[in-house]
Each structure stands twice: as C-alpha cells, then as structure tokens.
Design a protein around this ligand. Structure first.
Ligand code: PLP
Length: 394
C-alpha cells in the first residue's frame, strides 16, 4: 500500500535532485575541504556554492551562514553564543511554546545562574507583545522567539519583535526551522541577529543545519576546535549533506510559490473536509497567521495515539499532540500553553503537508478519517458521557 505522508514537520523526503548532487561527495570527491591540494579544493569550491545557495534563500550573504549538524545545534549555538559573549548579562527571554531545542536549553539555564522569562500565548497560540517589551532590561542577553510553531504552524510577528528588541540593544534570535522554505524570509528586511534552519525539514538530509549570524553580531563559538567555519564552529564539515542542503535551499526558493498556493489549497481542503464531516473537531491555533502546510486538529473525547494507530492501518502518517514518547500521554506543552481543554488536547492530530502531496491523498484522508473517529468515539466512555450531558442540558 502506498504511504500517504503528512508528517513533513517531523521530517521530509530528500529530493532526488538533492541526492544526485550529494552522491559524488561520498566516494569520488572525498577530499577534505581544508586541504591545500586541488583535490580538496574542489570540495571547498562546492561548499562555497552551498553557502551561497543557503544564503540566497534567506537574503543573507554567504559569510553570514554557519553550517551546523542540525536545528538543535543551531539553536543551542545562537543562545550560548549570545550569553557567552555578554557574560555580565544574566537574563534570557523566550516563549512557552518553543521547540525543546530552545525550551529545554532555557529551562536548563534557568537553573544555572540565569533568569529566564517564558512568555505566554493566548488560546489561538498568539503572543501578546506587551509582556515581552516589559520584560526587556539592561540585563537581557538574548531574546529567542520562534518564527513558526512546529505543532500548530502559528507564525509570530518576528519582524515587529526583532525591531523593538534590537532598538533596545538586545540580541534577537529566531528558530525558523519550520518557516524556512515555507514562507518568504529576507534577512535584509527582517532585522534578526541570528536565525536557525535545519536541512531535513526542507528536503535535504537529516544531520545538517545552518545558523545565520548577521555581520557584527556578538558571537562566541559553541564547538571549539579547528579553524573551520572561520573559527566559529570547529569540526570537519559534513560535506555531502551541506551540499545537499545548498541544493535543497535552491529548490525551496523555486517552490516557494507552489508551497504557498498549491500546498495551502491542499491543507485548507483537508481541514475543511475534516471539519465538515466530523463533529466536535476544532483547529488549534490562529488560522490566519499560519504556515501554509500545517494544521493541528483536535477531536474531542478520543485519544490522538489511537487515531494515529488506526490511520496507520491505511498507511496514513501524521503526528499527535501528545508527548507519548515520555510514556505519559500528556498533551504537548504547546497545547497546554494555549489552554486547549484536556478533552480536546488529548485527541489532537497534526497534519503537515509538502509539495509531494496530491489532491487524491487529501481526498483519501477525508474519506478514511470520519469512520475512524466514529469507531473510537463509540468505544470512548467520555464521548457517551458528553452526549448524555448534552441531552440533559437541552
Ligand atoms: N526547532 C523547531 C521549530 C523544530 O520543529 C525542530 C525539529 O522538529 C527543531 C528546532 C530541531 O531541529 P533538528 O531536528 O534538526 O535538530
């Protein structure tokens, strides 16, 4: 049975063009880009091209791009670089809905000599900017706020935030891992100091990422070692993957319009089709300011994991909004921060599409999902209770 893959915020398929560009660098062109000889020099030339391609996607210059091993490393590097280069400042500002790559680091810092402000969001997952502006002080080393949320797709007003934060002389970092390649980003016009991206979210391989560091930003390396990346990140480069990331960024620029039109159309069709056919279902997050590929939908009185298992029987891949890996089935910190009611947060599913999805696949999901939810609700004591309560109230 064909796999219907709607879990692209978890990871994407490597594009064939990306793979093709990478292959020679595993075997034939295996030189070290730092070597003096021509053989290594060929590889260095291709790395330079990759850096330019990554920069091109976000309106940066090549020397503002630092290659890393993943989005998590980019996020950690940005925050650690900002605090290490301003040792007298002991305050960090972030939000309650960041990916664990930022959230868990900030929680760690909170217990190790830093004061961290975790900004709340409203029921739609939106940030109120007043508390952010009030929290800024002469002691703030960095503000780190994501561009777009990985679970709901909600986009924060990064432009406005960055302007105010920088005017107050504070370093601004944004985790744009889910935004890059899905929405236009131009660092020439968006005044961010640092921006993280990750290869495997945009059809490049896993294990490669990049950090944009605006020229003149205070920086101190996280990985100390060789002179690679102009001394800003030691370690021999993951050559083939960096080349793949470069190609993927070039393709993402070409596909940006398709991502915002065809993928958005498919996402909206999927969402509307589900909401029309299934009662007690709701979209989590601000539907207006959202990534074009993402929808998080809560189905009341059923468990997300049970929905995933039953969709799996039709080879439909998506994600749930619970931290099931911890064994707790706790709703995710994002849905909890938004105040999504317990009965809904437990039954939330994230569908995240890509340019590889088709209308037939969307129709297939719209067809298969309603009987799945109906069956699970028949088995759910909470559903029966809710219907009884509704009957009594009416
Ligand atoms: N930030 C966000 C918003 C993400 O969605 C992810 C991955 O899901 C990361 C950071 C971490 O990226 P990586 O898996 O490359 O470490």
């Amino acid at each position: 049975m064909k796999v219907i893959y709607t879990d692209n915020n978890a990871t994407t398929q490597v594009a064939p063009e990306v793979l093709e560009e990478m292959l020679p660098y595993f075997h034939d062109l295996y030189g070290n880009p730092s070597s003096m000889h021509t053989f290594g020099g060929q590889v260095a030339g291709k790395l330079k091209e990759a850096r330019q391609r990554v920069a091109g996607l976000i309106g940066a210059t090549a020397d503002e791009i630092l290659f890393t091993s993943c989005g998590t490393e980019s996020d950690n590097t940005a925050i650690r670089a900002a605090i290490a280069s301003q040792p007298h400042k002991k305050h960090v500002i972030t939000t309650r809905v960041e990916h664990p790559a930022v959230k868990n680091l900030c929680e760690h810092l909170d217990g190790h000599g830093y004061r961290v402000t975790f900004l709340p969001v409203d029921r739609q997952g939106r940030l109120d900017l007043e508390p952010l502006y009030k929290a800024l002080s002469h002691d703030t080393a960095i503000v780190s706020i994501m561009w777009a949320n990985n679970e709901t797709g909600v986009i924060f007003p990064v432009d406005e935030i960055a302007r105010v934060v920088r005017e107050r002389g504070v370093v601004f970092h944004t985790d744009a891992v889910q935004a890059v390649g899905k929405v236009p980003i131009d660092t020439k016009h968006f005044p961010v100091d640092m921006l993280s991206l990750s290869g495997h979210k945009l059809h490049a391989p896993k294990g490669v990422g990049a950090l944009y560091v605006r020229k003149g930003t205070k920086f101190s390396p996280f990985l100390i070692g060789g002179h690679q990346e102009k001394g800003r990140r030691g370690g021999t480069e993951n050559v083939a993957s960096i080349i793949g990331l470069g190609k993927a960024c070039e393709l993402a620029l070409e596909h940006l319009e398709e991502e915002n039109e065809r993928v958005r159309y498919l996402r909206d069709k999927l969402e509307d089709g589900i909401l029309e056919r299934i009662s007690n279902a709701m979209v989590n997050g601000d539907r207006e300011h959202r990534l074009p590929n993402t929808t998080s939908i809560s189905f009341e009185y059923v468990e997300g994991e049970a929905i995933l298992l039953m969709m799996n029987e039709f080879n439909i891949c998506a994600s749930s909004g619970s931290a099931c890996t911890s064994g707790s089935l706790e709703p995710s910190h994002v849905l909890r921060a938004m105040g999504v009611p317990f009965t809904a947060a437990h039954g939330s599913i994230r569908f995240s599409l890509s340019i590889n999805n088709t209308e037939e696949e969307v129709d297939f999901i719209i067809d298969k999902l309603p009987p799945i939810i109906e069956r699970l609700r028949e088995l759910s004591p909470f559903w029966t209770d809710s219907k009884t309560a509704a009957a009594v109230c009416s």
